[in-house]
Design a protein around this ligand. Structure first.
Ligand SMILES: Nc1ncnc2c1ncn2[C@@H]1O[C@H](COP(=O)(O)OP(=O)(O)OP(=O)(O)O)[C@@H](O)[C@H]1O
Ligand SMILES: [Mg+2]
Length: 240
């Protein structure tokens, strides 16, 4: 059953359309990878799904017991955010606050949820450490634990492995795969790592000057998929 449907969804800012009439859906237990060139509107799409940016047209429809606030979100990281001066525990706990709604106190239930998710992400021993002193991989686990405090159903991850070395990136992909397969959490992930996208995703949404939405296998066989996969391979070879 569809948990989320984007129907003729148009994205943009200040009257300028970036993507026009996107159509796709996410079913329970799905793993959707969103790929596409820089600036094509991938992060804007996530923010629009979360209600943080207004759609320019069309709509985002949720199943009955899912709302934008009950989706876990790991935003695209900037260098400034990596330098955030708070403890791991505080950051994970802040995931218990619905986005946009501020509370001064955390309940015993919130604290138990934060503890459970720190244990789940294997960072409980780091709980009193300062976030900015952690490695990139540890920081992403903290943000994943934070996102999990907001949801039992769906995670939106915006480039979660950027800046991580291949071994740590592979570990993070495994963590996300387990959340998807064992805990049945639907995943929407933006990634520039096309190899990983076609390895883990069940569906692929490619946005850019040309768009594609379909199953992973359909994408791999499509002209757009073939072209994008070979360009990425060429870039990898050039960097090797
Ligand atoms: N708050 C904003 N106000 C106005 N324009 C914006 C805003 N945020 C993003 N844009 C513009 O919208 C376009 C899409 O940006 P977006 O961040 O969604 O792209 P992206 O696909 O996530 O790119 P990347 O792969 O580099 O992360 C860009 O041209 C960007 O400059
Ligand atoms: Mg982005």
């Amino acid at each position: 059953m569809a948990q989320l449907i984007c129907k003729d969804l148009s994205l943009g800012y200040d009257g300028e359309v970036i993507q026009d009439k996107l159509n796709f859906e996410v079913t329970e237990g799905d793993y959707l990878c969103i790929v596409g060139e820089n600036g094509s509107g991938k992060s804007t799409l996530m923010k629009t799904i979360l209600g943080l940016t207004k759609p320019m047209g069309g709509e985002v429809l949720f199943e009955e017991d899912l709302t934008a606030k009950s989706i876990g979100y790991l935003p695209q990281q900037t260098l400034v955010q990596r330098d955030f001066p708070a403890s791991v525990k505080e950051i994970v706990l802040s995931g218990c606050q619905g986005r946009g709604q501020k509370r001064f106190f955390y309940t015993a239930e919130d604290k138990a949820m934060a503890k459970k998710n720190m244990q789940r992400m294997d960072i409980y021993d780091l709980r009193n450490r300062c976030y900015r002193e952690l490695s990139g991989g540890q920081q992403q686990r903290v943000l994943l634990a934070r996102a999990l405090c907001a949801t039992k159903k769906m995670l939106l991850l915006d480039e979660p492995v950027t800046g991580l070395d291949p071994r740590v990136a592979a570990e993070l992909y495994q963590v996300v795969k387990d959340l998807n397969e064992k805990d049945h959490i639907s995943v929407i992930m933006i990634s520039h790592d096309i190899q990983a996208a076609v390895q883990y995703a069940k569906h692929v949404l490619h946005i850019g000057s040309h768009n594609f939405y379909g199953t992973r296998d359909e994408y791999v066989k499509s002209a757009l998929g073939q072209q994008f996969i070979s360009v990425e391979k060429g870039e990898e070879a050039a960097h090797a």
